[in-house]
Design a binder for this molecule. Structure first.
Ligand SMILES: C[S@@+](CC[C@H](N)C(=O)[O-])C[C@H]1O[C@@H](n2cnc3c(N)ncnc32)[C@H](O)[C@@H]1O
Length: 309
């Protein structure tokens, strides 16, 4: 694997938007293998600290190795970033200078295949970012009724043939359980037809991953908490990789940066009428052609950033 493969998407831009001081506490809420974290730590030490959070225990072992030289400036937290408020209060941190979220799954998680995120490898249908969680993709596929399955495929995969695929899944599992990514891919391939095979597989696998990890609801929650936790002039930078995530970030930033249209009312505090964020990116920043060539994952990356007012 080349080094370029490990280069985090939009690294320079991320640093420029995120870092405002060489001190204080920064959060990497999606630590992964620690690529972004390493670059942040190179820029904020010795004055600053990074709290690196990841729901996947395996990500931590990678990140530990990579960040070993920053031992005194990094705190590792194995948790879902949706619990950011609790995590920070457990570390007696009341406000932070910057929050980075590089959403979704890492190249490592996809390539390693063990979690069953990828239809390109045959593994158990797991898809849990955090192994301590009970719900797996196998449970969703083998126990949800076809109406719910169709809803998941439609809502989280924007799959146009969600009902047909859901019915096919339910039919297949009455013959034998759908245990592996290969079993699921076979049903999808039989139903979708060769021409739409790859797109359909991508949409179905994306939908199941989002459902299992409650990704979109968690994102809304963490965005709201992040605004409360940022110090004035603190920054939030989000990298997203599909339109459902990007839409949530875009709408959230737009709402929180807008001047409220409500007319002043003695019962509405001024704080609710003034914007909480200042947009730093009117349009999402995307990877350069060169980066897209070197790091295919960066092709779908969209960076949005905002500053706490
Ligand atoms: C795209 S990778 C991050 C890569 C990282 N920025 C780097 O440079 O190496 C996303 C990581 O975030 C983790 N993750 C995704 N959603 C999460 C969540 N809600 N809470 C905690 N970790 C999450 C995944 O387990 C994965 O390791």
């Amino acid at each position: 694997m080349s080094d370029a493969y490990h280069t985090p998407a939009l690294l320079q831009e991320t640093l420029e938007y995120l870092l405002t001081a060489k001190e204080g506490v920064y959060i990497d809420g999606t630590l992964g293998g620690g690529g972004h974290a390493e670059a942040v730590l190179e820029n904020i030490t010795p004055g600053g600290t990074l709290i690196g959070i990841d729901a996947d225990e395996d990500a931590h072992s990678e990140a530990h190795k990579r960040l070993a030289r920053f031992e005194n400036h990094v705190v590792f937290v194995h948790d879902n970033v949706v619990n950011l408020k609790t995590i920070l209060s457990a570390h007696s941190v009341s406000s932070v200078r910057g929050i980075l979220l590089d959403l979704g799954v890492s190249s490592h998680q996809l390539d390693q295949g063990e979690k069953g995120f990828s239809y390109r490898m045959n593994n158990l249908l797991d898809m849990r970012m955090d192994n301590r969680q009970a719900l797996t993709a196998g449970m969703v596929v083998n126990t949800d009724d076809d109406a719910h399955l169709a809803k998941v495929l439609w809502k989280y995969g924007e799959e146009p043939h969600s009902r047909r695929l859901a019915r096919a899944i339910v039919r297949r599992r009455t013959e034998r359980p759908i245990e592996t990514t290969g079993d699921l891919a076979a049903v999808i391939e039989d139903t979708a037809g060769a021409k739409y095979r790859i797109k359909t597989l991508s949409r179905v696998f994306q939908a199941l991953r989002i459902e299992v990890n409650n990704e979109l609801e968690n994102l809304k929650h963490v965005l709201a908490d992040a605004v409360d936790l940022l110090a004035p002039a603190g920054r939030i930078v989000i990298l997203s990789y599909h339109s459902l995530e990007d839409r949530i970030v875009k709408n959230f930033f737009a709402e929180r940066s807008a001047v409220s249209k409500r007319s002043a009312h003695p019962l509405i505090p001024d704080t609710l009428l003034t914007p909480q964020l200042r947009l730093l990116t009117r349009k999402p920043v995307t990877a350069s052609e060169e980066e897209q060539r070197q790091n295919p994952r960066s092709r779908s990356a969209k960076l949005r950033a905002a500053e706490k007012v």
